[in-house]
Design a protein around this ligand. Sequence first.
Ligand SMILES: [Zn+2]
Length: 292
Amino acid sequence: MKRSIRRTIACMAAAVSITAMRAALGDTAPVHAEQEPPVTYQVYAIRYASIPFRVSGLITGADTSRRIDIAMMVWLLKGSDGHDVLVDAGFHRADLVRRYHPKDYLPPDSAVMRAGVTSAQIHDLIISHVHWDHLDGIDLFPQSMIWIQREEFDHHTDSTGAVKDRMIDAGDAKRLAAAARAGRVQLVDGDAKEIMPGITVYTGGKHTFASQYVGVRTKEGTVVIASDNMYLYENLATHRPIAQTLDSLSNLRAQARMTTIAASPDLIVPGHDPEVFVRFPQPGNGVALIAK
Ligand SMILES: [Zn+2]
């Protein structure tokens, strides 16, 4: 049973027993079940590698001579109720590490430990899209439930792990399908779905067929984890779509919408911008606290 459902049932049971106790004691005053404060999350960006990249591969129309070392990230959401969630899983397969030559590479589960959380504590894993650098690490978090858009799953693979669109790596398709057969995959049906208390996913970014981004309730307001639906802060600042998109206009609309969802533009976290660790330098060592 999902932990959030267990929590709800436990709450309901507690409320019923208090009502019964009060009735037995002859207390007829109206009962207000104790309202727990809504769950909020601390949000961290965690860097597990860097890869040199052309900016024109990230921002439509950028100068082709510009280069940056993009940050390879996952995002940790630490719940006020002790429920830890990871957005994206990074990559770790040896052939991918050999092919892409990441600098300062750490397996994503080791990188997450820098924020004080072990792999076994990750209860849920939200996958923004099927690209290898976001999906490949799912088997590093074997205790977690994997959340992905149904259309993203169905467009790229099936229960056998067939590759239906080459946006998904063949090894990753097999791994995702195996997780689905093991009952570890929750398919999300579309836009603006609150998949657990305080965490809502949105579609329309169109980085891939049904890529999603994540709104997270924090004590500082809503943070948006854009993932690759907005590669860099510069996309948002200059109103440029991401260079790799199936629909530039839909991507621009999604970026504009993120500004209406996030409590402030500073709380929209791009998918690969090393600037995240400059704007949010604490606690450091590849870990950026975005919101407390
Ligand atoms: Zn990416």
